[in-house]
Design a protein around this ligand. Structure first.
Ligand SMILES: Nc1ncnc2c1ncn2[C@@H]1O[C@H](COP(=O)(O)OP(=O)(O)OP(=O)(O)O)[C@@H](O)[C@H]1O
Ligand SMILES: O=P(O)(O)OC[C@H]1O[C@H](OP(=O)(O)OP(=O)(O)O)[C@H](O)[C@@H]1O
Ligand SMILES: [Mg+2]
Length: 281
């Protein structure tokens, strides 16, 4: 049975469970459940603290897990990213009161508070900077106000927390992160894992693409197909009315409205867009 680690709380938890649900897996109904067996799919889900997931997967006791790229790299666990999931996006950055520093080079000898000491130490080492790193569990923005640190390094999503604390980011982003699926480093090929990843990839495609159908006069089909090339090649079928064809192709959801306008302007009609619920490409 495939053993899968799922975040039990925090920013990753709900979207990870939603993605698993879309991929056809059972998910827990009660947030107090710690283990859930899905016998139909032959998988077992372990609901764990997001920060601990890389450690469990790195130890080889669990086959796959959902976590954040930042949490994975911070943990220094023996696990690696195998799929990026496009949710829980954030950057990991230095911040401090305005003017405190403008780059990592200026942090020599300074005090840095963070919940991600692994990431910060690796970054300082890469830049040959020696600084005092203090580990805090959360709410690190307050550390500067209370005099525990000169600057912080933290997850920035909208920037609201920093603004509210009167701080600004400085220097280059330390890391760009999003939710990822991880496996133990060097794990053997496993058909069950491959099938699991294909299901998740199917969800990612179904979220990014829509199906577009339209009718167009046969002499303009080349222009139309240039606008909707599909992933491999669009389906073109004859219509009962002579001189017309029907075209069906996948298009990026975010481009669908512009493509419909362009198709309309070259004479396409009955342009329909539908959601894709699931796919294997
Ligand atoms: N606004 C955000 N705040 C915190 N983490 C975020 C945010 N947006 C995305 N993430 C990502 O979520 C992961 C952090 O998960 P975690 O469960 O620690 O979140 P949390 O909301 O900080 O929970 P906790 O209550 O444990 O502090 C990281 O990968 C981080 O990059
Ligand atoms: O840029 P923003 O959109 O404001 O989001 C980033 C903030 O959210 C997280 O804090 P969280 O609420 O998880 O509290 P914590 O610091 O106690 O973990 C993170 O640590 C930042 O403080
Ligand atoms: Mg947090």
């Amino acid at each position: 049975m495939l053993r899968i680690a799922v975040p039990n709380k925090g920013s990753l938890s709900e979207p990870a469970a939603a993605m698993l649900h879309e991929a056809g897996y059972r998910q827990r109904k009660d947030s107090k459940e710690l283990v859930l067996v899905d016998p139909e799919n032959n998988v077992e889900f372990f609901y764990l603290r997001p920060r601990d997931i890389a450690i469990y997967v790195g130890s080889g006791r669990l086959d796959v897990g959902f976590t954040g790229r930042d949490l994975l790299l911070d943990s220094e666990a023996n696990a690696e990213e195998v799929l990026s999931l496009g949710f829980a996006g954030s950057t990991f950055r230095f911040a401090g009161p305005p003017g405190v520093a403008s780059s990592v080079k200026e942090l020599e000898g300074r005090r840095i508070a963070t919940s991600y000491t692994g990431l910060v130490r690796q970054h300082l080492a890469e830049h040959g900077v020696t600084a005092e790193v203090t580990k805090l569990d959360g709410a690190v923005e307050t550390a500067v106000q209370l005099g525990v640190a000169d600057v912080i390094a933290d997850v920035v999503e909208t920037g609201t927390s920093l603004r509210n604390a009167g701080m600004e980011v400085f220097g280059d982003p330390i890391l760009v992160s999003d939710a990822v699926v991880i496996r133990p480093v060097g794990a053997e090929e496993d058909p069950a894992v491959d099938q699991f990843l294909r299901r998740l990839q199917g969800v990612l495609v179904a979220r990014r693409y829509v199906m577009m159908d339209y009718d167009i006069r046969a002499e303009r089909v080349h222009e139309a197909v240039a606008l909707t090339p599909g992933l491999e090649s669009p389906t073109v079928s004859p219509l009962h009315s002579e001189g017309w064809v029907a075209v069906r192709a996948m298009v990026l959801r975010k481009e669908a409205q512009r493509i419909m306008d362009d198709l309309w302007s070259i004479g396409a009609r009955a342009i329909l867009v539908t959601n894709i619920h699931a796919c294997r490409l």
